[in-house]
Design a protein around this ligand. Structure first.
Ligand code: TEU
Ligand code: CA
Length: 551
């Protein structure tokens, strides 16, 4: 297996709207990111991923693009972007953009042309269909709790949108449309960006004839109906040949609907499609049959199985990216950690994040253990997905208490509250009231406090990122789970020819016996990292995490 910068780099995802506001209007911006480039450099991350920065009406916070060639004015200008790119490169870091090629905004000029008439040359850039009598063309439901088809009165036809009606899906069957997308990618790559995170890329090829969905489980619907369409791999291969073959750039696909079995088709070295995908299997562990608004307990055993299945699938050929939260989910410490052992569990999760055979992605604010927030009412929420789901549950008379519990755990706004820089007003994010409420715990959880405390979560992350750099086996080494069935302890090794690291984690609020690892006491070893002061070799305290080099 070949070593590559995009495999071993530590990624840091920035949600620009919430990262840092330089001009005091309550909205994060590109200059705000540039102001923090020393902070990021010191953290040790080397690839920055920016959630979409293109011009957009922000119905879905930029995942609805109206102009691929310009920056959303609230984020800044193209000059600001060029300066950010230069500053990032000067500091030895790379920058990748998040781009949406599955759909545009309803305000994109292509769509405005497309709606105008049935014979407009842009008509075929989107999916237009006649209704079924008074009904939409089929029974598809969008990801955001509404019909996936909306009727446009002017021509009496429906257009397809797998997300909100503000996000019409592009028709990848149309070669001119594809060519225009490739031109966009060339434009940014020529500017010097180092790659792309490709939003919902598995969804680009639709099943011809748009047959009804017969699955009741939404995840099954995603995998078998919406994602992995018949011409998907043909399109990805064409995009590679037309665009990515000409640059040293990374492609990170958002692998919605991608199982470990299907992943090699996307990322095998032999296929010239994408470099990596990130999957949703662990993100779905706490979702009941009703999906993300139907929260249920998760188990460590299931999480281990997810990691093991993916590791096995990618072991010989291919690569995936690993994360424990992003802008679409609750904060990882609230979801997978412990309230009682907040600090210990945040550190343990950092180890879990940065010790897999995959590219690690840190989500902004996780390096200080930012937590979920409890908003008082639906009005305080911004996320369109949350609003739609709420409307639906009210309309259908569903269980509102369960809905709110699910939102507290996994609503998307949890991860979108402003980054907590210090304990001044608005957490130092802005001098103006921010677009989304600051988590009230910013007075205790913030970067300033943690920078000054060398035992903090922030310092722990720095150490860990550095260790990952010093120990290539943590990136490339084989992965071996010692006790796949244990419900509290997660003990695994990373093994290469000349290096071996043992990682032991206690994901519970109780002390656990560790004699499980045979001969640990007799082994020649060096403690690389621990989240308690003095480690013991026979027990692991609540949320204790240790990493040994086996000599
Ligand atoms: O997300 C795709 C996606 O479907 C999920 O992550 C989504 O948030 C969840 O399944 C809802 O139940 C991508 C982006 O990451 C997300 O922010 C966008 O809203 C979405 O695509 C549409 O572009
Ligand atoms: Ca601003």
């Amino acid at each position: 297996m070949k070593n590559q910068w995009w495999k071993e780099g530590v990624y840091y995802q920035i949600y620009p709207k919430s990262f840092n506001d330089a001009n005091g209007d309550g909205i994060g911006d590109l200059n705000g990111i540039r102001e923090k480039s020393d902070y990021l450099k010191e953290l040790g991350v080397n690839i920055l991923w920016l959630s979409p920065i293109f011009d957009s009406p922000h119905a879905d916070n930029g995942y609805d693009i109206s102009d691929f060639y310009n920056i959303w004015p609230s984020f800044g200008s193209m000059d600001d972007f060029d300066e950010l790119l230069e500053a990032t490169h000067k500091k030895g870091m790379k920058l990748i953009l998040d781009i949406v090629l599955n759909h545009t905004s309803e305000e994109h000029p292509w769509f405005l042309e497309s709606v105008a008439s049935k014979d407009n040359p842009y008509r075929d850039f989107y999916h237009w269909q006649e209704g079924n009598g008074d009904h939409p063309p089929n029974n598809w439901e969008s990801f955001f709790s509404e019909d996936a088809w909306t009727k446009y009165p002017a021509t009496d036809e429906y257009y397809l949108h797998l997300f909100t009606k503000n996000q019409p899906d592009l028709n990848w069957e149309n070669p001119e449309m594809r060519k225009k997308l490739y031109d966009i990618l060339h434009f940014w790559l020529k500017k010097g960006v180092d790659g792309f995170r490709l939003d919902v890329i598995p969804l680009i090829s639709k099943i011809p004839g748009y047959p009804d969905n017969t699955f009741t489980d939404f995840n099954e619907t995603i995998e078998r109906v919406y994602a992995n369409g018949p011409r998907l791999h043909e399109h990805l291969n064409e995009m590679y040949n037309e665009v990515f073959a000409h640059y040293d750039a990374v492609t990170l696909g958002e692998g919605i609907g991608v199982s470990p079995d299907l992943a090699p088709l996307y990322v095998s070295d032999k296929r010239d499609e994408l470099n990596m995908v990130y999957h949703f299997d662990h993100m779905n562990l706490d979702c009941g049959p009703g999906g993300r608004y139907d929260n249920k307990p998760w188990s460590l055993k299931e999480l281990k199985a997810v990691i093991s299945d993916w590791d096995e699938s990618m072991a010989g050929d291919g690569w995936y990216a690993w994360y424990l939260g992003n802008h679409d989910f609750g904060r990882k410490v609230t979801r997978f950690g412990s309230q009682k052992y907040w600090e210990k569990s945040a550190k343990l999760l950092a180890v879990l994040l940065l010790s897999q055979r995959a590219a690690s992605i840190i989500y902004q604010g996780d390096e200080i253990g930012m937590t979920n927030i409890r908003f008082e009412s639906i009005e305080e929420h911004d996320d369109i997905a949350t609003h739609n789901a709420y409307r639906k549950i009210v309309k259908e008379g569903g269980d509102l208490n369960h809905f709110w519990e699910s939102i507290y755990m996994n609503g998307r706004d949890n991860a979108r509250t402003p980054v907590q820089w210090d304990d001044s007003d608005y957490a130092g994010f802005s001098t103006h009231e921010p677009w989304l409420k600051v988590n009230p715990n910013y007075t205790s959880i913030n970067v300033k406090h943690q920078s000054a405390d060398n035992q903090s979560i922030l310092h722990f992350y720095k150490k860990l990122v550095e260790i990952r750099r010093q120990y290539p086996t943590l990136v490339y080494g084989q992965w071996k789970d010692h006790f796949p069935d244990h419900e509290q302890l997660f003990v695994y090794s990373r093994i290469s020819e000349d290096q071996q690291v043992l990682i032991a984690l206690n994901l519970s609020d109780e002390t656990q016996e560790l004699q499980l690892v045979p001969n640990l006491g007799q082994m020649d070893k060096k403690l690389l990292l621990s989240n308690y002061e003095k480690g013991s070799e026979t027990t692991l305290r609540p949320w204790e995490a240790v990493m040994y080099e086996i000599l």
